[in-house]
Design a protein around this ligand. Structure first.
Ligand SMILES: Nc1nc2c(ncn2[C@@H]2O[C@H](COP(=O)(O)OP(=O)(O)OP(=O)(O)O)[C@@H](O)[C@H]2O)c(=O)[nH]1
Ligand SMILES: [Mg+2]
Length: 351
């Protein structure tokens, strides 16, 4: 395996040299500053030709270390994407690699850098070793993620939970999944209520699931209907309330929903956000639905996207616990209690 070294005044220039000589698929094995700062600085990149050119004798070894390496393609993306910051990141290709993974998975650039900074990546403790450093970054990310299952309570208090979110985000399906799991796995007595004053037929979908499970399902157009339904289901351990999908831009309907479920009714609300939607829309929904004082996030449709970074971006903006993650259309199986390690894996899944 022939290692070639290229020097230039900036990382960008050195990267361009590697690309010109070895092509897009060359792999970078090290990057370092060899002289001075600012205008006088000199960077050196050591690279090897693309995998195809490597003899079989080395290919196993290459496979093993590849995850720590970075292709020139990725490096080019990064130097164009984060400018001067790439020079700070060049401590080891492993750090660049982790940063690139976060970015590729949709983690906001600002937060990706923040996690690296917080982990002490730039404090010059190079003796810490790469794995140790990665662990620190993972720890920083997991420290931010809070999880809480609202139904995991020891006593026999009656829990009433309403599920809110934009049209089609997965509220009714998620309620069906939860109702089934709470009944079958936790042996809870469950009842359902549908609050939907707008859409004819909205109740039918929920009622179908209720019939399959053999549990009651009430409809509420007004607050008095809601009170009536709650009274009727006094013996239930858990009552799940489905709400009509609201546009995140329609504040008057969000306010209307709030009037139906005032704070003294002891109804906890949970916001569903689809990971498959544009992040700006997700953000708008999170802000506007906050009028309903939701207590947790449920992230839906993680199966529909390769980029789950919006989960951590949202948590960084408004740090509330994540209660569940849904990952498919199948009822009841495609739902999981939020788990920090699994969420971390989702955030780094795209390599
Ligand atoms: N791929 C995938 N599809 C999902 C998931 N959750 C729900 N869906 C699908 O998304 C569509 C909408 O789901 P609903 O549960 O009806 O959504 P909703 O929020 O109740 O919609 P409205 O009542 O119209 O506001 C259905 O086709 C569901 O099967 C998920 O985790 N992954
Ligand atoms: Mg629905």
């Amino acid at each position: 395996m022939q290692i070639k070294k290229y020097q230039a005044r900036t990382i960008k220039e050195a990267t361009a040299k590697v690309k010109n000589v070895l092509g897009h698929d060359a792999m970078i094995i090290s990057t370092k500053k060899i002289k001075g700062n600012g205008k006088d600085g000199l960077f050196e990149i050591a690279a090897i030709p693309p995998k195809d050119n490597i003899s079989s004798e080395y290919s196993d070894l290459f496979g093993e270390v590849k995850t720590e390496l970075m292709s020139i393609k990725e490096m080019l993306y990064l130097v164009n994407h984060c400018g001067g910051y790439s020079e700070k990141l060049l401590l080891t290709p492993g750090i660049l690699n982790l940063y690139a993974r976060m970015i590729k998975n949709g983690v906001d650039d600002y937060y990706a850098r923040l996690f690296l900074e917080r982990s002490g990546a730039f404090n010059g403790h190079s003796d810490d070793g790469l794995n140790n450093f990665k662990e620190k970054v993972f720890k920083e990310i997991m420290q931010v993620i809070k999880t809480k299952d609202p139904f995991d309570v020891a006593d026999n208090r009656r829990l009433i939970a309403a599920f809110i979110g934009t049209t089609g985000v997965g509220k009714t399906t998620t309620i069906a999944k939860l109702a089934a799991q709470l009944m079958l796995k936790s042996g809870k007595k469950v009842g359902l209520i549908s609050i939907d004053a707008y859409r004819i037929g909205a109740m039918e979908q929920l009622k179908t699931y209720a019939d399959i499970l053999g549990i009651p399902c009430f409809r509420a157009f007004k607050k008095k209907d809601l009170l009536f339904a709650l009274k009727n289901m006094e013996g239930k351990n858990v009552i799940l309330i489905d709400t009509a999908g609201q546009s995140q831009y329609d504040m008057s309907r969000i306010e209307e929903l709030k009037r139906m479920m005032p704070g003294d009714m002891n109804i906890s609300t949970h916001l569903l956000l689809s990971v498959a939607t544009r992040e700006s829309e997700m953000n708008k929904a999170a802000v506007n639905f906050s009028a309903l004082n939701y207590l947790s996030y449920i992230f839906t449709k993680t199966d529909e996207t390769e980029r789950c970074g919006s989960i951590i971006n949202q948590v960084m903006k408004l740090n509330l616990p994540i209660s569940y993650i849904t990952n498919g259309q199948k009822v009841p199986e495609d739902i999981e209690r939020a788990d920090k390690e699994k969420i971390l894996k989702l955030l780094l899944s795209k390599n």
